[in-house]
Structures are given as structure tokens and as C-alpha cells.
Design a protein around this ligand. Structure first.
Ligand code: GLC
Length: 553
């Protein structure tokens, strides 16, 4: 495991393989498509790609339901394609982080099949089975409904924290752990750059699986990530796997707080290199139902100080499970470009490893879905079904599913203005593209120096060229300001500042601002110089404080 400072220049770009680029014309993105797209990623300045799952899977949850941990899903290509992809990445200085769903398998996995078919199979103990009867405890599945379903003919029930097709593995059983570690080594031996460990913080279940005081998913996660053996399992995984390779261990960590996170990423007690939490993506709401800027800023500070300087924090505002960042936090209707850029600056220039989700660099907004048939996401379909069962009208149930569907993040990437955005040559892509892709596709932005893409490139270049942005301390200078985020990054006597107007109306600057390069301005998302006192909607200014500057502390 690399020491902490090897993480300094890590910046991660997440690819959702199904939606990135279709290399073989079947309407679905694939590994050949990723190879074709590598020059674009390299041009962004990215060296680390996290790929959402590519292992064999029935795709009930788009690969987070694995049926073979050491096979490539034929939908995405072959093992030879995979090896070519790793080699092509190497030429660009890019490493791949694979996504492994290890809390559960697919119900189609031979382990689960053997376990269900034969009561004496050793695999019976690889999952959490209980005899027929009332649900074995009160836990609710994250996707809705009880966390217990029935397998086979005699009422045997099994635990699934997610979809019914995703039975939870029993991590108490050492054979389960050994099998997962073996699969991880298989891929690391092929030269990958590490793993993103799907919901790894819930692998250690409380002994006996007792009822939860509050079985709703939002309470269950925090309870489960305090599982008694989590840290023991992570240390073991480090010993058995990561200690032998030059690769990153990145934990997806719903429910974790900064104090626990600090332990899990402490290099002195190796478990994970990085973990990412969800406190930023679900900030508190204010009295108007809008996201609360002060609470949001507070999350940056509490995680920054909570992780401290031993481990490294992460900055994640978006991924394949969430609506588009510009639609959740920005102003996709009034100030799409400005707010997309402002959010990029926040992610890339705060302290922590930035995660950029595919398409965010183009400012892609949420997609207006109009019919249930346009939706693919199993979670959204479950939401629709449960709403209908509870008596909601078709329209109301559809509205609920369309609002929360993870498909917003999964619409195919638009490469150019041709049919289907150049994503595929097939008659139709697996999921519809955003209907306005013509206004934000990559080719258009490539030649536009004022585009979100150009701004993302400039921000990444800035971060990667200066240790101040990678390692410098983080201080929120106006934590009580309702409109503006102003933070300082300091290293070795130098200081840079980032100011962002988090609103679609002008905001008063809390202090004297530089206007142009002569004042030390490094970057801004407006071409015309602004004023010393006011910020325009979603305006960002980034500057280095010069010695003797009146704005210096
Ligand atoms: C994680 C993944 C999500 C998946 C779930 C179950 O949260 O990001 O896409 O559905 O785990 O594996």
C-alpha cells in the first residue's frame, strides 16, 4: 500500500462502462469503447480510472450482481480486450481501478445456486440463510421492501441488503473471504491499479442478525458499518491482498462518520487507502427545501478535520447512483455552464482526492424521462412497483421513479453531434441520451475554450502542477455565509484561495477580490473581469494570495 503522500496527485475519473462508448455496435458501451476513449481521458489530465463493474453478471443491478468474479462480462468484451485495455492505459500513464461487489453476489452465482439446491453443500454457509417462516429480522432492503426473500421450494429465506437478486455473502466464513481475496489477486496480477470496494463497510453483520432498533435503510447502514469485525476483515484483506501489490484500496463507505473514517484510512494501521462517504451528496435542507449551503460547507470542514493529516480525504459529489451534480446542486436551467464549472472547482480544488464522474466535466444535466419503459434502473423500478402496491396512481408512481432513478447518471456519453451522440452505431442505445446532447457534447466543447470541459482541464492541470492544491491545508474562511464558499489552501508559507458564489443571483464578496491576472487571479469561470465587491451568479475566482496583499491574513 502506498504511503500517504503517494496519494497526493491521485484524481479519479469514474467510467460507467455501459454508457461510455460502444466499440462493437450493439448499443452498449464496452472495453473496446473505453480503449477508444482513452486519449480523451488522458487529455483531461487523468491518470486513474475507476470502472464500474465489468465482471460476469446477469446485470440485474448493472454488474453489482456478480456471477463470476474472474470473468469479463461478454457484454463488455473478452479477457483479451481487458488486457488490451490495461496495456493501452499504460501507454497513456493511466491505471484502472476495478469495482468489486463483495458484500453480495448475484443469485445466479454458482455458489448461491449450489447453496440453495443442496442443504449439505458447503456453500450453505456462504450466505445468510434462515428456515422458512416470518422474515428472520426486521431489516429493510436498501432498494425497498424486506431484506429477506425466499429461495427454492421449501421456503428457505436469505438475506439481501439490496435487490432480491443480490444475496449477501457471509463474511464470517473464512472460505468466503479467501475466495474473494483470490479473485482480487487474479486481477491485480493482471496489472490493475486497485479496487473500489462496493459497500465494503457493511460486510461484517452483527452476530445472530438481530432486529435493528430502526430497520430503515438510512439507519441500518450506519449500524451495519459498525459491524464488530469490519476492521479485522479490512486488515486481513490488506495483508492477504493489497500488501503484495502497488494498488489502491478504495472503500465505498455509506454510513461512516469522520472519526471512523480516520481509523479506516490511517496508514499506520493499514486497511483502506481511501474511502468515500455520502455526507456531501445529501446535505441538509433549509426552510425553503433548498440544500443548505452552510450545512454543506460544514461537511467539507468536518471531514477535512476529521480525517486530519494522517490519512487522505476524498471529495465526491456525484457518481453512477445519483442524479447529475449540476441538477442537484447547480442551476441546470439558468446557469448550466457557470454552475457546472463552479462545482468542478469545488471538487478539484478542495483538499482530498477528487472523484469526477463521467460527463460531469461536460456539465451534463438530469434527463427528462417521460415513460416507464425509458427507465432501466432496478431501484427505480422497485420504487415504482412499491408505490403502485401502496395505492399510488401510475403517474404519481412514475414521477417518483423518474425523480430518483439512477439512470440520470447513466445516460450514454455524447461524443459528438452525430446520431446517438457518436456513442453507438447501433439503431438504438441501451438507454436514451439526454435529448439536448447537441448543446453539450464533447466535440463542441473541445473547440470552445470557454466550455466546462476546458475549465475542467484547466482545474486539473492546476491541481496536478502544484503541491499546494494537493496537500495544502483547507480552511473555510466564511463558514456562516449563506451564499458564498471561500476557502484557503496553505502550504509552506504560500496561500491560495477559491471563492464560489453558490447561488444564481449576485452575491456580495466577503472580502476584497482580485479582478485579473495582475491581481494574482489564476482562473475564473467568467471571461469578463468582475468587480472587487460582487460575485456574479455561480462565479468562481481562484487566486494566489501574494505577500503584502491586503487580502492576506
Ligand atoms: C453500491 C453501488 C450501487 C449498487 C449497490 C449494490 O452502492 O454503487 O450501484 O447498486 O452498491 O451493489
Amino acid at each position: 500500500m502506498p504511503a500517504r503522500d503517494h496519494l497526493d496527485d491521485v484524481l479519479i475519473y469514474q467510467i460507467y462502462p455501459k454508457s461510455f462508448r460502444d466499440g462493437d455496435g450493439d448499443g452498449v458501451g464496452d472495453l473496446r469503447g473505453i480503449i477508444e476513449g482513452l486519449p480523451y481521458i488522458a487529455d483531461l489530465g487523468v491518470k486513474w480510472i475507476w470502472l464500474s463493474p465489468i465482471f460476469a453478471s446477469p446485470m440485474a443491478d448493472n454488474g453489482y450482481d456478480v456471477s463470476d468474479y474472474t470473468a469479463i462480462n461478454p457484454l463488455f468484451g473478452s479477457m483479451a480486450d481487458f488486457e488490451d485495455m490495461v496495456a493501452a492505459g499504460k501507454k497513456h500513464g493511466i491505471r484502472f481501478i476495478l469495482d468489486i461487489a463483495l458484500n453480495h453476489t448475484s443469485s445466479a452465482h454458482p455458489w448461491f445456486q449450489a447453496a440453495v439446491q443442496d442443504a449439505h453443500s458447503p456453500y450453505r454457509d456462504w450466505y445468510h440463510f434462515r428456515p422458512a417462516g416470518a422474515p428472520a429480522n426486521n431489516w429493510q432492503s436498501i432498494f425497498g421492501g424486506p431484506a429477506w426473500s425466499i429461495a427454492g421450494d421449501n421456503g428457505l429465506q436469505y438475506l439481501h441488503l439490496f435487490d432480491t437478486s443480490q444475496p449477501d455473502l457471509n463474511w464470517e466464513n473464512p472460505a468466503v473471504r479467501a475466495a474473494i481475496y483470490q479473485a482480487m489477486r487474479f486481477w491485480l496480477d493482471k496489472g490493475i491499479g486497485g479496487f473500489r470496494l462496493d459497500v465494503v463497510t457493511v460486510i461484517s453483520k452483527p452476530p445472530g442478525l438481530p432486529d435493528a432498533p430502526n430497520p430503515r435503510p438510512e439507519a441500518l447502514y450506519p449500524m451495519l458499518c459498525r459491524g464488530p469485525r469490519l476492521q479485522e476483515f479490512l486488515r486481513e484483506m490488506h495483508r492477504e491482498v493489497f500488501a503484495h501489490y502497488d494498488g489502491l484500496a478504495i472503500g465505498e463507505a455509506p454510513g461512516v462518520d469522520p472519526a471512523l473514517a480516520a481509523k479506516l484510512v490511517d496508514p499506520a494501521d493499514p486497511m483502506l487507502d481511501l474511502l468515500y462517504h455520502f455526507d456531501l451528496v445529501a446535505p441538509a435542507r433549509d426552510a425553503h427545501g433548498d440544500w443548505d449551503r452552510i450545512a454543506f460547507k460544514q461537511v467539507f470542514s468536518s471531514w477535512d478535520s476529521g480525517i486530519g493529516s494522517r490519512g487522505v480525504n476524498t471529495i465526491v459529489l456525484s457518481n453512477h447512483d445519483l442524479g447529475r451534480v449540476v441538477s442537484r446542486f447547480g442551476d441546470a436551467l439558468g446557469f448550466l455552464r457557470e454552475s457546472a464549472k463552479a462545482l468542478q472547482a469545488l471538487v478539484i480544488l478542495s483538499r482530498g482526492v477528487p472523484f469526477i464522474y463521467q460527463g460531469d466535466e461536460l456539465g451534463v444535466p438530469n434527463t427528462p424521462f417521460t415513460r416507464l419503459e425509458e427507465i432501466d434502473d432496478v431501484w427505480a423500478k422497485t420504487t415504482y412497483r412499491l408505490k403502485r402496491e401502496a395505492g399510488a396512481s401510475e403517474d404519481a408512481a412514475f414521477a417518483a421513479a423518474a425523480a430518483m432513478t439512477r439512470d440520470h447518471a447513466r445516460t450514454p456519453f455524447a461524443w459528438d453531434g452525430s446520431r446517438h451522440g457518436g456513442f453507438t452505431q447501433a439503431p438504438a442505445p441501451w438507454l436514451k441520451l439526454h435529448p439536448d446532447f447537441a448543446s453539450f457534447h464533447r466535440a463542441a466543447q473541445d473547440n470552445d475554450e470557454d466550455s466546462p470541459l476546458a475549465f475542467a482541464r484547466a482545474l486539473i492541470a492546476l491541481r496536478q502542477s502544484d503541491a499546494l492544491w494537493q496537500r495544502g491545508t483547507f480552511t473555510d474562511l466564511v463558514p456562516r455565509d449563506h451564499d458564498v464558499f471561500l476557502f484557503a489552501r496553505r502550504l509552506d508559507g504560500r496561500e491560495a484561495r477559491v471563492i464560489i458564489n453558490l447561488r444564481s443571483c449576485p452575491a456580495e464578496a466577503p472580502e476584497h477580490l482580485p479582478i485579473d491576472r495582475q491581481d494574482g487571479l489564476l482562473l475564473s469561470n467568467y471571461r469578463q473581469p468582475g468587480s472587487h465587491e460582487m460575485l456574479r451568479p455561480w462565479e468562481v475566482r481562484i487566486w494566489e494570495v501574494r505577500v503584502g496583499d491586503p487580502a492576506a491574513p
